[in-house]
Design a protein around this ligand. Structure first.
Ligand code: UT7
Length: 328
């Protein structure tokens, strides 16, 4: 049995933080941010709201579109690095908020590759026949862990995310192949120093601003460019696909230059490369489901789509799927 994405939903908060506004907060410029990253603005979730609220909004869209009773959902997986709490899992909170009393769930922590990890995992529960309806969310409230005094990171990240419904495919369409990788060498270059069991929160960790994202951008960039491009090429070769065979690339939106390098390695025409980084920045686990929700109307049943991501860990990977429906 093959698992297929049969509905998508996406949510970004209304509040916009522009590059111009960031110019008043740190030593940066709209020109620098746009030319180095492709980002113009990003969304910020209001105080008192959390990652679960992003997931809930996205799932509500799916239930509404497909007229599905929430009690039919068997499993909810949430990919995120900004869970509402250290525990319990955000998936439990989401499940409670939407009233999915017949589902179980868990969170998956793989940073910017989180959605790919979660999608592949969710697909296994469909393929095994154990579950009929699985919801996979990718969402992050990055503003909760971004230091708005650090120009290296605060210009990049934003809040948002989305969700997909997985069901068994009625034909050959659906998730066909996946390559997922990780390498702990990445820890030094992209992490949140405190708040975990190594450095629990203390006055000192707060004074030293250790609860924010730390990134050595240049090093991460080099690894991202090489690995995202390589893994995307690998999944093409393994499935005998050329650039002409692929209809769309949905790549993690971290930096326009990284996406361009991947598209080049895949020998893809520009119009096949889906991009929304300009509007939302890097929403970590949220970028790929947000691409689905923004571009759903372009997808046709049977389209060959490659998903690719690279992120903290390091983690990276690619998924090859055939889109399973025509949107209304
Ligand atoms: O999401 C998953 C994983 N993350 C990524 O994939 C992100 C990968 N990294 C990147 O996208 C890029 O490295 C960044 C966008 C983070 C940075 O771009 P860069 O071209 O690699 O810049 P850089 O870090 O090499 O910095 C170049 C210069 C430095 O100044 P000097 O030393 O040349 O004088 C920085 O201090 O730009 C400076 N700089 C800034 N200037 C204005 C760094 N951040 C800013 C800023 N505004 N916001």
């Amino acid at each position: 049995m093959r698992a297929a994405i049969t509905a998508v939903g996406g949510y970004v908060p209304e509040k916009i933080l522009t590059n111009k506004e960031l110019e008043n907060m740190v030593d940066t410029s709209d020109e620098w941010i746009q030319s180095r990253t492709g980002i113009k603005e990003r969304r910020i979730l209001e105080d008192g709201k959390a990652t679960s609220d992003i997931c809930v909004e996205a799932i509500k869209q799916i239930l509404e579109k497909r007229k599905i009773n929430v009690q039919e959902i068997d499993l909810i997986i949430v990919a995120t690095v900004t869970p509402d709490h250290v525990f319990p899992a955000t998936a439990n909170i989401v499940s409670h908020k939407i009233g999915a009393i017949n589902s179980w769930g868990f969170d998956m922590s793989a940073a910017c590759s989180g959605f790919l990890y979660a999608l592949d995992t969710g697909a296994k529960f469909i393929e095994s026949g154990k579950h009929k309806k699985v919801i996979v969310c990718g969402a992050d409230k990055m503003s909760a862990i971004v230091d708005y005094q650090d120009r290296n990171t605060c210009v990049i990240f934003g809040d948002g995310g989305g969700a997909v419904l997985l069901e068994s495919s009625e034909d050959e369409d659906g998730i066909i192949d996946s390559i997922l990788k990780s390498d702990g060498i990445g820890l030094d270059y992209l992490h949140q120093k405190a708040g975990g069991s190594l450095h629990p929160p203390t006055h000192e960790t707060i004074d030293k601003r250790m609860h924010y994202v730390f990134q050595e951008g240049k090093t991460v960039f080099k690894f991202a460019v090489t690995n995202m491009a390589e893994v995307s090429r690998e999944i093409m070769d393994r499935n005998n696909l050329t650039g002409d065979d692929i209809d769309f690339l949905c790549a993690h939106q971290a930096n326009l230059r990284i996406i361009d390098a991947t598209a080049k390695r895949m020998e893809l025409d520009e119009h096949k490369v889906l991009i929304n980084i300009k509007k939302y920045g890097n929403t970590t686990a949220g970028t790929i489901p947000l691409l689905f929700s923004d571009f759903e109307s372009k997808f046709k049943k049977g389209d060959n789509i490659v998903l690719a991501a690279f992120g903290g860990g390091f983690t990276w990977g690619a998924i090859y799927l055939k889109w399973a429906y025509n949107s209304q």
